[in-house]
Design a binder for this molecule. Structure first.
Ligand code: GLC
Length: 440
């Protein structure tokens, strides 16, 4: 049955995702052993014969997927995405089509299955990242490709390479993942470039198979583009393999994203905690938790999700810095998650003291820095306001009646009390409930 885009079906499919807002990205595989990031093969021009032996060393005894999911849940994350296979071709699942897989390593484990079981047990939605690029497969372009580890070596010419045979392999593995691991909530394909996009991947055939096996799964836009580009749904010309969400990478878009007809687009910023997706032992440049909390608020205030990445190490543990950051984010989310989940743009200008998120008739004013005197609640009339509460403890912050703002009668001001130091040094959230229109 040819795919016909249905906006109603699409909005039903993505409803959990735009409600969730915050997820964990997990980049993990053999590249955790060299510990120089997931592109180490490409950056250092490592041939198969020098990389393959890592398989014999892969034995992450401390990998406890339940602990990973507990850390994600503790951070307030609602979904998780694990690299089932990255560009190096190493499979964290028991694929029948290759020996280059974790079940053939000393670990002898199907980590995709363990991950999906643990995520579901923790009540998280679960997705798989799947690289459509495969630097290890003999039929994938080598010499002259933009990224292949052997791209500069004429000895790795492409005579005899049969890309269709590679696509048969790639599609077969996607069929395995969609058939053997239960319900998948999300597939994160990565990524299209140069001429390798869309039907070059036999993307319609791929998605017909995926949708037949996983009718509710949502997919990113990287069968068409990459972290750059928006895709056919944004152009209002959806292909059968259109992304369900746009996937800006290592950036929060300057503003909310709209399609060609002005409809808000579903999007997700994927962001590393340090500067690497895969574990990098020397990369200590971790973004502080307060910064990441504000980036999450920024994404939601612009109508997007944040997919925050952790690269577990070769023992199967999260780096300590990552665990500390997840814990700090979780402490804030435990008190303030209502201002994130199911929220989106407020339709109001960003106040200079912070940001605003909204869900229906409730506005959340995120206060990063206190004001001198009462706080202006831009965008709402005094008579619209039913209540003003500090979200973290439910305490009332009354409407101010102070003379100091008598020159601005059109504005509502909240009285935050005499303490110039905000209760939460990172983001103090005011919940402002508006009267239902019938009550105004
Ligand atoms: C880019 C990187 C890839 C990473 C992905 C995550 O495509 O090349 O390594 O997995 O971004 O978004």
């Amino acid at each position: 049955m040819p795919y016909v885009f249905s906006r109603e079906e699409y909005e039903r499919r993505v409803a959990w995702y735009t409600q969730a807002r915050f997820g964990l990205f997990l980049h993990w595989g053999l590249y955790a052993i060299p510990a120089r990031g997931e592109w180490v093969r490409s950056v250092e021009r490592i041939p198969n014969e020098d990389y393959d032996p890592l398989l014999r060393q892969f034995d992450p005894r401390h990998c406890d997927m339940r602990a990973w999911m507990a850390a994600a849940k503790g951070a307030g994350m609602k979904y998780a995405v694990l690299t089932a296979k990255h560009h190096d071709g190493f499979c964290l699942f028991d694929s029948a089509y290759t020996d280059f897989k974790s079940t053939n390593s000393p670990a002898g484990r199907d980590f995709v299955r363990e991950f999906l079981d643990a995520a579901r047990e923790a009540g998280l939605r679960a997705g798989l990242y799947f690289s459509i690029i495969d630097w290890r497969h003999p039929d994938f372009p080598h010499y002259g490709d933009r990224n292949h580890p052997m791209r500069d070596d004429p000895a790795y010419g492409n005579e005899g390479r049969n890309f269709d045979r590679y696509l048969d392999y790639m599609h077969a593995q996607m069929r395995e993942l969609c058939s053997n691991y239960g319900k998948l909530d999300l597939l994160w394909f990565d990524y299209s470039y140069d001429h390798l996009r869309g039907e070059a991947w036999r993307a319609t055939q791929l998605m017909e198979m995926v949708r037949a096996l996983q009718p509710d799964v949502i997919i990113d836009n990287r069968l068409e583009v990459s972290g750059e580009g928006f895709g056919s749904l944004a152009a209002c010309k959806p292909t059968p393999y259109h992304g369900d969400f746009v996937s800006p990478e290592q950036i929060v878009p300057p503003h909310g994203l709209l399609d060609a007809e002005g409809r808000p687009l579903v999007w997700e910023s994927c962001v590393t905690m340090n500067n690497h997706w895969g574990y990098c032992a020397t990369d200590h440049y971790y973004k502080p938790a307060p910064m990441l909390i504000k980036k999450l608020v920024e994404c939601v205030s612009k109508g997007g999700n944040l997919l925050l990445n952790v690269g577990p190490d070769a023992t199967g543990r999260f780096p300590d810095q990552a665990l500390d950051i997840l814990r700090d984010i979780g402490r804030w989310m435990e008190r303030n998650g209502e201002s994130i989940y199911g929220c989106g743009p407020s339709g109001l200008d960003k106040p200079d003291y912070g940001r605003i998120t909204r869900r229906g008739d409730t506005l959340y004013y995120h206060i990063y820095e206190n004001t001198v005197g009462p706080l202006p609640l831009f965008g709402v009339d005094k008579d619209q306001i039913a209540s003003i509460r500090r979200l973290a403890d439910g305490s009332e912050a009354p409407l101010s009646t102070s003379w100091v703002h008598s020159d601005y009668p059109e504005l509502a001001f909240a009285d935050l009390g005499p303490d110039p130091v905000l209760p939460d040094p990172v983001d103090t959230v005011l919940e402002v409930r508006l009267r239902a229109p019938s009550d105004r």
